[in-house]
Design a protein. Sequence first.
Length: 126
Amino acid sequence: MHDAANKSVLRLVELGMCQPSDIEKAKDDAKRFSTPAYSAKLRRAEKLLGAVGDSTRIKMLLLLASRAMCVCEIESALGLPQPTTSHHLGILEQADLVERTRKERWVFYQARDSPSLRLLKDLITK
């Protein structure tokens, strides 16, 4: 910790705004967050949050939550060109939020049922 942070933390303790045990717990938690096991979880969260950090992808997820749709249906519904639609679907697929199936020459996507999708739907519909 750098000097200014040390001084600030010491001042908080002196003022009774936090306890030394709180500071030690935060340090221990921060160390745990840096372990390889947590690093993988953090990368997954980063990928997930990045995928849903775009309004077009959120719209796609909401559409695909109700049923599987062909890429051309998604293009038509959202008024997007095919390359843009495929780009966004690829990001959602990499984040494991959608799955695709092929029926003859058509590719269909559907949102995977997940806690992330349920949270997103709750945020949008409330």
